[in-house]
Every structure is written in structure tokens, then in C-alpha cells.
Write a protein that binds this ligand. Structure first.
Ligand code: FAD
Ligand code: SF4
Length: 532
């Protein structure tokens, strides 16, 4: 058994890193347990010419397929959308695209505005200072003045639109629809010890240049220098509780596979929308037979993903190929509710550059645009460097039956029960997906595409993991309170995407990290009262 620490953080991804850095200035003894390792940029696929093929291996998206030592299996048979994550220091930010929109103010009040789901117990104004702090810590590029948002400063200039962005921007202008250069977690200037983007290639398998803001190179070096101890290859099995119902620490398997107990005054979970409910459900005791912090029965429920539509336009002239950050601009023309569309809430379009030769070939063959035989090479050439992509990130409403439970049979390498996902796409989401494909097709045609390919949902697109330990003021209808503290266990906090009440129609990481900073800050201010 180790000495007691003040704060034990579990998970070193987007949220765990932000919380650790924020808490470090208290000089408390803080330890973070992370099941994976520090990523090694020298091994990233983008360091070699075979980056596309290698992108399906060690730095691939799906943990079941990747099956690294740090990964745990997930039973996703009962879901049309499969999980994408990364288990290691930096978590999902090692692989993410770095599209970095904030929530809109309306996203915190959907029950009041649209009569669906629930309002958040906090609002945009609560998070605004933390969004700004996080933008500076991560180093976010963008352009101030987006009319879709309240005023927000830009940290550095935006990623250039390139040929593809410029072409689509003109099409949006012709249709009279909103577009704006994306807020992006890609450094366009040298920033905080990180080198600027040199257009190495797609960012979604790790950025060897260090331009993309993954937390192993943003928050963590600062947090470690400030005294936080980060222990890698340490997989937590369960959180333990004492006779008084307070958390006492966590049982984990260390780098040698030895079962170890870390005692702590405060435990903070940051394992994402799947990993966090998994640990809570595995933490059973006489006092908490249905899992820890689960008196509401909501741990694992209300899983939200963001169903994605995907529309690809094919053009006669070369557009940007596989070089450069994948995202350049967004459109939030269809973000807020308009009931005439047949669904509530809305979505963001994220515009992406073209793809490399391997993915071009796979896409062309998948959509029946590249035949075998005489025309094979000619058909490939008509697609290569001539595709622009557009995805619709659809707001997913919370539903009790979409959930994470423990698989009765499947276990990870340490024998810990693995999570099982049950998820259905709602009628509201289906209508939104159809609508987003129809409008994106109009954009592509207006931009001059001679062919348009579409799919929904993106089956591999379970990269946004939210809602499975939601926040709220009512202990019967939420797992944590309005500052991330468990209603049931007063020294247990959750800071990852699990605590989302609703998903909004944007990528979540900016909000996940703003929330983590907010929870850490609130905790610091209330430290003296923690055990009331
Ligand atoms: C391919 C891809 C593209 C994406 N693109 C975007 C994007 O453009 N924009 C955006 O906003 N988001 C994007 N995301 C999502 C983004 O990565 C996540 O929202 C974010 O990383 C979630 O942060 P988190 O702190 O909740 O969890 P994570 O970052 O997933 O971190 C959780 C950490 O906990 C660790 N852990 C879990 N269980 C245990 C355990 N039992 N013991 C010890 N450690 C444990 C894990 O190893 C992991 O490191 C993308 C993700 C992927 C995979
Ligand atoms: S395009 Fe830029 S941010 Fe993306 S991987 Fe290459 S250097 Fe990194």
C-alpha cells in the first residue's frame, strides 16, 4: 500500500490533464494513474510514407482492432456506431482531429427552449472563463468575430482554408449560409514550446511535429513540472470506500501487473464516457451494491455519441490532397431548432480536406466508383486529390436505453470486466442525419461537384463519449452535482465527458476541458468545505 495522497486522478487524457494542471498550484500531493504509456511521436504513422496503412495499426482508432497492451476490449455488438478512443497519456487527443468548437449558450437550456432532455445546472457564462483559459493552454487557432457565438478572442491565426475550404466557402456564400474558419487545436505559429504545423499530413493518427494540441505535450509537461506524479501502465480496477461511505482510494494493477492500493483523500475520475462508468460499475460494495455513485441508477445510462453524416463531393480539378490539417472551417447554419425541419436541435458541418491515396482507393471502391478491370486506374485518378468531405455532427439527445453496462463474460488482460454498449439511433437523429445530407449535397453541387457520395451514420465514428454520469442538482436524476462532485460520495469527482447533460451539435473536447478546469477551480475554492 502506498502513502496517502491528497488527490488521486484516474485517466490522463483531455480532462485528467487539465484538472491535474489546475490543481497543481495548490501544492497538494497529486497522483494520476493512467493505464497507457506516454505516446512516442517517433512512432507516429505520419513519420513515414506508409502513414495511411500504419494508421490502421498501433495508432488506429478502434480499441478492439488496435488491441494494444493499454487497451481494454469493448463489446459494441449492440451498437451501429463503434468506439474510437486512445488509451495513453493524452487520451483521445493523441488521435483527435482537433476541431475545437465551443457549445452555444442555447445548449445549456434545451429543456427550457425545446422541451427535450434537461437543462444543465450551469450555463455558458459559467464556463466562458475556462473556455478562454483552455484555449490558451491548448493553443487554439481561429478567427475572432464568428457571428454564431458570443465574442471570443482568438489565440493565433486560423488554419488556412486551402483550395477545398475556399471552394466550399464560395458555395456557402452563394447559398447565403453561415460559415467560419474553424477553431482548431493546431498551432499555426510556434507556441509554448510546440512547433507550428508544417502540413505533414492528416492529424488523426498523431502529430509527429507536435503542432496538434494533445495533452501529453500541452498540459502534462506543465503539470509534471509543477509536481504532479503521473504513473503510466497503471490500470484501475475499482474505487474503494470506507465505513463512512467516503472514497478511500483505488485498487490498480501496476506496470508489472501487481495489484496495488493507492490511498487518497479525494478521487477524481477522468476516464471518458465509457471508462468512467465502467470503473464505477466495477466498484461494488455492501454499501453500494449497484456500483459507486449510482443511487440514481443513472451510471452508464444516457450514453450520447453524436451520429455523423458524411458527404463527399468529387470535383474535376485538384483540391487539397492529403497534406495539411484535416479541418479548416465549419458551418452552423442549421444549429438551432427550427421545427419546420421535422426535428429539434441541430448540427455543425465540419469541412475536411481530401484524403491520401489508400483512403481514396478504399472510399472509391466502397461507394462503387472504382471498378476492377480496364478502367481501374483511370477511375482512381478521377478521385485522387479531387474529393472534399463534409460531416454533419448531429446533437444526440440523452435516452435511458442507450447505455454502458458490464459484459458478463468479456474481460481485459487483468481480468477486469469489460464494458458493453447498447445504443440505438433515435428518430430525431435519423431525421437530422437525412436533412444534413440533403443540405450538404446542395453545398457540394453549388461548389461544382460532379458526383456526391453520402453515408450516415459513420459507423466508425463513436469518438465522442458523453452523458453516462450526468450532472444535475437533483440526486435522483443525476450522478454528480453542479460542480462535478458525486451526490453519494462526497470526496469523489468526475471531470470527463460522462458528466454532460446534453451533447450539443459540436465536438466536445473544448467543453470537456473547460468543465474539468471549472470543477478543479470550484474544488480549490471549496476545499475547506469538502467534507461537509
Ligand atoms: C479519431 C478521433 C477523432 C476525434 N476528433 C475530435 C475533434 O476533432 N474534436 C473534439 O473535440 N474531439 C475529438 N475527439 C474526441 C476527443 O478525443 C475526446 O472528446 C476527449 O479525448 C475525451 O476526453 P476525456 O478526458 O473525457 O477522455 P480521454 O481523452 O479518452 O482520456 C481517458 C483516459 O483514461 C484512461 N483510462 C481509462 N480507463 C482507465 C483505467 N481503468 N485505469 C487507468 N486509466 C484509465 C485512458 O487510457 C485514457 O487515457 C476525437 C477522438 C478520436 C478517437
Ligand atoms: S497537418 Fe499539421 S497538425 Fe496535422 S499532423 Fe501534420 S503537422 Fe501536425
Amino acid at each position: 500500500m502506498s502513502d496517502s495522497v491528497d488527490v488521486l486522478i484516474i485517466g490522463a487524457g483531455a480532462s485528467g490533464a487539465a484538472a491535474a494542471w489546475s490543481l497543481a498550484d495548490t501544492r497538494m500531493r497529486i497522483v494520476c494513474l493512467e493505464q497507457g504509456e506516454w505516446p512516442n511521436p517517433a512512432r507516429y504513422p505520419t513519420t513515414g510514407r506508409d502513414w495511411e496503412a500504419r494508421g490502421f495499426g498501433e495508432y488506429g482508432w478502434n480499441p478492439n482492432r488496435r488491441a494494444n497492451a493499454a487497451d481494454y476490449p469493448i463489446n459494441e455488438d449492440d451498437s451501429p456506431i463503434k468506439i474510437a478512443n486512445f488509451n495513453g497519456v493524452g487520451g483521445g487527443t493523441v488521435l483527435y482531429a482537433g476541431h475545437f468548437p465551443r457549445f452555444h449558450p442555447s445548449d445549456f437550456h434545451v429543456r427550457t427552449l425545446d422541451g427535450v432532455a434537461d437543462d444543465w445546472p450551469i450555463d455558458y457564462a459559467t464556463l466562458e472563463p475556462y473556455y478562454e483559459l483552455n484555449d490558451r493552454m491548448m493553443g487554439i487557432s481561429g478567427l475572432a468575430g464568428d457571428p454564431a457565438y458570443p465574442p471570443k478572442p482568438a489565440v493565433m491565426r486560423p488554419v488556412p482554408l486551402g483550395r477545398s475550404g475556399t471552394r466550399l466557402a464560395k458555395a456557402f456564400n452563394a447559398l447565403g449560409w453561415h460559415w467560419w474558419p474553424s477553431d482548431s487545436a493546431v498551432a499555426t505559429e510556434d507556441y509554448d514550446g510546440r512547433a507550428k504545423c508544417i502540413n505533414l499530413g492528416h492529424c488523426l493518427h498523431g502529430c509527429a511535429q507536435g503542432a496538434k494540441a494533445s495533452t501529453d505535450i500541452t498540459y502534462w509537461p506543465h503539470a509534471v513540472r509543477a509536481g504532479v506524479e503521473l504513473r503510466t501502465r497503471c490500470r484501475v480496477r475499482e474505487i474503494t470506500v470506507g465505513a463512512d461511505g467516503m472514497a478511500t482510494g483505488a485498487v490498480y494493477y501496476d506496470e508489472h501487473g501487481v495489484e496495488t492500493f493507492q490511498r487518497a483523500e479525494v478521487v477524481m475520475l477522468a476516464c471518458n464516457g465509457i471508462g468512467t462508468p465502467r470503473i464505477l460499475l466495477n466498484s461494488t460494495s455492501a454499501r453500494f451494491p449497484n456500483g459507486l455513485a449510482n443511487s440514481s441508477g443513472l451510471v452508464g445510462r444516457n450514453l450520447m455519441f453524436h451520429p455523423y453524416s458524411n458527404v463527399i463531393g468529387i470535383f474535376d480539378e485538384p483540391v487539397d490532397g492529403h497534406r495539411g490539417p484535416s479541418n479548416t472551417m465549419w458551418s452552423q447554419e442549421f444549429y438551432e431548432t427550427d421545427r419546420a425541419r421535422g426535428f429539434v436541435r441541430g448540427y455543425t458541418y465540419e469541412i475536411s480536406r481530401g484524403r491520401g491515396p489508400v483512403v481514396t482507393a478504399l472510399t472509391g471502391m466502397g461507394y462503387g466508383r472504382i471498378p476492377w478491370g480496364d478502367d481501374h486506374h483511370h477511375a482512381f485518378r478521377r478521385l485522387h486529390d479531387r474529393m472534399i468531405g463534409m460531416v454533419g455532427i448531429c446533437e444526440d439527445l440523452p435516452e435511458l436505453h442507450n447505455r454502458v453496462t458490464l459484459d458478463p463474460v468479456l474481460q481485459d488482460a487483468h481480468g477486469i470486466p469489460a464494458p458493453k454498449i447498447a445504443y440505438r439511433i433515435s428518430e430525431n437523429s435519423r431525421k437530422m442525419l437525412e436533412f444534413s445530407i440533403a443540405r450538404a449535397t446542395e453545398v457540394m453541387r453549388a461548389a461544382g461537384a460532379w458526383d456526391v457520395l453520402a453515408e450516415a451514420p459513420i459507423a466508425a465514428g463513436g469518438w465522442h463519449l458523453m452523458g453516462t454520469a450526468r450532472m444535475g442538482t437533483d440526486p435522483e436524476r443525476s450522478v454528480v452535482n453542479e460542480w462535478g462532485r458525486s451526490h453519494d460520495v462526497k470526496n469523489l469527482f468526475i471531470v470527463d465527458g460522462s458528466i454532460f447533460v446534453t451533447s450539443a451539435g459540436v465536438n466536445p473536447t473544448s467543453t470537456i476541458q473547460a468543465l474539468a478546469l471549472y470543477v478543479a477551480d470550484t474544488m480549490k475554492r471549496r476545499l475547506a468545505n469538502l467534507f461537509d
